[in-house]
Design a protein around this ligand. Structure first.
Ligand code: SF4
Length: 188
């Protein structure tokens, strides 16, 4: 899809069917905590820009969620700047690029943070339980766990794509590429 075709009302659905796991985890953490820490906001915010969410919609998306736990003033003072910043509307006005898998895999993730690549940064058993809870078939969960133990994170991500789409991916290099391939596979 080209810019502007992605509607923020559909993000819960996209998270289930078209997001790579790194973005699905961030989306779900945001929905349940109504908050994400700095690097999570960056990783997810730039991904959303990359899939075609406009600045106006991104602002509405973050505001609606964050104002469940803070008032609008606090959001405007502490967070609106960062949303505009991701879109190159503040600071050095750089048009920031969504992060690639390599960048995400190489990042460090502290306690209470949800960014990073789940295949790299999650405990293998916790990841396996999560995949089962998402309805991923046992044979795929086993295969993914083995790939993760061998540090083949992007290959594991490709397996997750295969398990959720019934099709092979072209090789996952970038979360936005994953999303686009998924949309094509789903006929959107
Ligand atoms: Fe995200 Fe890339 Fe990790 Fe897949 S391999 S979960 S797209 S960072």
């Amino acid at each position: 899809p080209k810019g502007g075709e992605i509607c923020i009302e559909d993000l819960d659905q996209h998270a289930k069917t078209s997001y790579p796991l790194c973005m699905r985890f961030l989306h779900e953490a945001l929905r349940s905590n109504h908050h994400l820490r700095h690097f999570g906001r960056l990783q997810y915010g730039l991904f959303l820009k990359g899939i075609g969410v406009s600045l106006q919609d991104a602002m509405r998306f973050w505001r609606d969620e964050f104002t469940k736990i803070m008032d609008v003033d606090k959001f405007e003072k502490s967070h609106a700047y960062n949303v505009r910043y991701n879109y190159g509307q503040e600071g050095r006005r750089t048009n920031y690029t969504p992060y690639s898998c390599m960048k995400i895999i190489c990042t460090s993730v502290g306690p209470g943070e949800h960014h990073g690549c789940p295949f790299k940064h999650s405990d293998v058993q916790i990841l396996a339980n999560k995949l089962k809870a998402y309805g991923i078939a046992n044979n795929y969960v086993t295969e993914i766990s083995e790939l993760v133990k061998g540090s083949h994170y992007q290959v594991a991500c490709g397996k997750y794509f295969e398990a959720t789409h019934g099709k092979l991916s072209n090789g996952i290099q970038h979360p936005n590429q994953y999303f686009e391939e998924s949309q094509v596979a789903l006929g959107n």
